[in-house]
Design a protein around this ligand. Structure first.
Ligand SMILES: NC(=O)c1ccc[n+]([C@@H]2O[C@H](COP(=O)([O-])OP(=O)(O)OC[C@H]3O[C@@H](n4cnc5c(N)ncnc54)[C@H](OP(=O)(O)O)[C@@H]3O)[C@@H](O)[C@H]2O)c1
Length: 212
């Protein structure tokens, strides 16, 4: 079934890879929500609508969500909890259930060993902010999937494995292209509902990501 997907933070690096895959591999149409909309030029204008807005602005979110089947949030920043609150509130108001939310590894202290210690000390308050945002999503009654990527690379590859909440995180890195691919599949197949999934490239265990 063809869907209308709202992408929040549509100029983000993973979001742009996902947009390409949505256009190439599905018939879905996209609403691209971002700050400074002039940065994005639709390649298929009949399937893409660009909307300028800020993810902390409830009114702008509600307006953007009209006619939408699923929301993919590729957001970031120190106010990520406020963004999560606004997104949940807007989805409740408009009556949309499906949300794919990009978070990060480490929010449940699920990263083991030396890499876990390094990850915590390197990321600091970023992790607590992202945990607070994930709590907002998990406390909602949305059909959410929280995606917790390992450290991101720009490698041109789709190669990943998944761990569930409650399991130990695996590996150190994963490509943005893999995360974009997962997002498109999650929305196409409506899977991993009310799950929080860790995503890593297999066989990348180590004390730090390989480039550190
Ligand atoms: N780097 C890593 O190794 C790593 C690992 C795990 C998870 N992550 C997280 O994964 C997520 C996605 O990664 P990415 O590489 O795609 O990140 P990205 O390129 O930084 O994209 C995040 C987007 O969020 C947008 N944004 C922030 N605040 C906003 C607001 N109030 N309203 C609307 N848009 C807003 C930014 O918009 P502007 O362009 O307007 O600033 C940006 O385009 C990020 O949250 C990142 O922290 C990163």
């Amino acid at each position: 079934m063809t869907k209308k997907v709202l992408i929040l933070g549509a100029h983000g690096k993973i979001a742009r890879l996902a947009e390409k895959e949505f256009l190439e591999k599905t018939d879905d149409s996209l609403k691209l929500f971002l700050r400074k909309a002039s940065r994005l030029n639709p390649v298929q204008p009949d399937r893409e609508t660009v909307i300028e807005g800020d993810a902390t602005n409830l009114e702008q979110l509600v307006a953007a969500m009209q006619g939408v089947d699923a929301v993919y949030a590729n957001l970031a920043g120190g106010d990520i909890k406020q963004q999560a609150q606004a997104v949940v509130k807007a989805m409740d108001k408009v009556g949309i259930k499906r949300l794919v939310w990009i978070s990060t590894l480490g929010i449940y202290d699920e990263v083991p060993g030396k890499f876990g210690e390094w990850n915590n000390s390197t990321l600091g308050s970023y992790i607590t902010n992202y945990r607070a945002a994930a709590d907002v999503i998990e406390d909602s009654d949305l059909d959410y999937t929280i995606v917790r990527p390992a450290w991101l690379t720009n490698n041109d590859e789709v190669d990943f494995e998944v761990t569930q909440k409650g399991e130990v995180f695996k590996g150190t890195e994963v490509s943005r292209k893999s995360i974009a691919h997962i997002v498109v599949e999650l929305i196409q197949n409506n899977t991993e509902l009310k799950h929080s999934i860790g995503v890593n490239k297999p066989n990348t265990d180590g004390d730090k990501p390989s480039w550190y």
